[in-house]
Write a protein of this length. Sequence first.
Length: 634
Amino acid sequence: MTDPTAPYQTIPEITTELINLTAIMHLPKPTEAFMSDIHGEYNAFQHVLRNGSGNVLAKIRECFHGEMTETTLKEVAFLVYYPKERLQARHKQLHGDELNQWYLTTVQRLVRLLAYTATKYTRSKVRKAMAPAFVYITEELLYNSADDADKLDYYWAIINNLIALGQVDDWIIATATTIQHLTVDHIHIVGDIYDRGPAPDQVMEALIKRQHVDIQWGNHDILWLGGAAGSPLCIANLVRICARYNNLGILEDRYGINLRHLARLAEHYYQDNPAFRPKGADAISADERLEITKIHQAIAIIQFKLEGPVIKRRPEFEMQHRLMLDKLSNDRSSIFCHGHRYPIENGCFQTVDASDPYALLPEEAQVIEQLVKAFTHSEKLHRHMDFLVANGGMYLRYNHNLLIHGCVPVDANGEFIGLTINGTTYAGRQLFEMLEANLRLAYVNPKEQADLATDLLWYLWTGPHSPLFGKHDMTTFERYFIAAPETHEEHPNAYYHLRHEEGFVRKLLTAFALDPDLGHVINGHTPVKKGKSPIMANKKMLVIDGGFSRPYQKTTGIGGYTLLDNSYGMQLVTHQPFVSKQEALAHLTDIISTKRVVETEAKRRTVAETDIGVQLNAQIKTLKARLADLQGMV
Ligand SMILES: O=P(O)(O)OC[C@H]1O[C@](O)(COP(=O)(O)O)[C@@H](O)[C@@H]1O
Ligand SMILES: [Mn+2]
């Protein structure tokens, strides 16, 4: 890494930079937002992203305190969230002089709001958040006040010219976006961008456009990373989930993955089957539903077949109990598992050879080969996965907090447990690091499909000690084919009851080299059921999967939680279910219901108390030593 102090070598250069860095240390800590389990719900996600978890409206309220009615406040807020759409609406309503008056008022308001949101940042940081084409104009407006009599004409001349030259709409859009970005400086995504919902690719595009984003991988994200890394099992799982949620379009239309071979195989071998009809597919034709139902069965059976060889070649995964196809009776009418014989419902094992149940038919092998090729060659998928790999990890330590999608696997006594590979046992933080190193290895070697690194990707999705899964079994097979509900249970790791205890959460923070007095553990993954609190362990544990995922809103009763951490403290924000962008725009409805203060700081926190502050402090030390050397030489 290059030394950030390298450009400062002379006494005046060093002095200027020292003054700059020391001043930054005193600025308020930038705002962080935490979101998780977006599950492809782009519209709800982008709304929360645009409104900064309710922070934009709060800033507008403070900035224009007492000057605006509730309706006007909302109008300004929605202009900041959806500038393009609101401008279109204005163009329909207002013309000529009325429109010009609206522009004059609006530009002035946005300049005031921008100045207000920019106060806690350096000029250089604010500049970086602006659209390059408008930096000059915006800075002139921002740093020359309309209240200054000498500058009044100059100020209004800029605004009038923006209007006269037809640039004002673009400026409004650019400035609204800058305000959004300054309101929430840093975004943490605590996993599960993918699966179940319709537009994970759009979520990725939105994240790529933001400047400060990190991602803690979720088990569903691993399937897609695994797909790009050429793992046949990850591919089979994610295609199955796309079929189950009527989302095959994500593969074909968004990522250019051709499903023709799979559809042909499905058409040949499968019929209608109630257990495999797609969810949330009321609007599609009967023919289409039938086609998806067949594809769903074809890929599920391929998945169960592919699991066999991996479980057998990796005894260290301890997943032999997940071998299901060899437990079917010869006539496939029953199965012996979980210590009992159960009848099979909705069976579709026509391609399973009783004497060699895990063998793929030649056409199944061909389908999977073709899918692997398509996944490893999709340019768009690679762009998205490169971003996920470059900006993501198995866990993150950030400003004293530990961010993890699922859990840190432990036994009933709270001792770390994990995987033993080649005689070495990996548990606690080492387990995360070993898995991450293997993921990165698998990702850069997509041609390897049966090596340990690729098999570990699948383990991350479903393994009993996977920190991203956190349950003993994934009972997908039983959920499709066995009615008895006791076979569907997926026992959660002891972590999930221990995380209510403060002592246990302190132990986790210490194990990840964080200060247990200052830090919190922030989790996603498990929807917080109606009536349960997402704040646990004397506020040390925060669980923010309130469920953006529509299919899960029945369980949670809400539209999701997000967490905000600013210089004043931490706040948990509860969101109502998001209906649609059209609905939000038509009625200016936000989806914030409550803000709950988790912690309030006695003294406003500054940059000095953040991770960036620690880095700046090191730079200050280096520069001071360099200055002393130079002064000694004089
Ligand atoms: O709701 P579905 O589609 O049946 O999925 C259920 C499966 O999803 C999982 O909950 C994993 O997904 P999450 O990470 O979203 O919890 C499995 O444990 C479970 O078998
Ligand atoms: Mn998850």
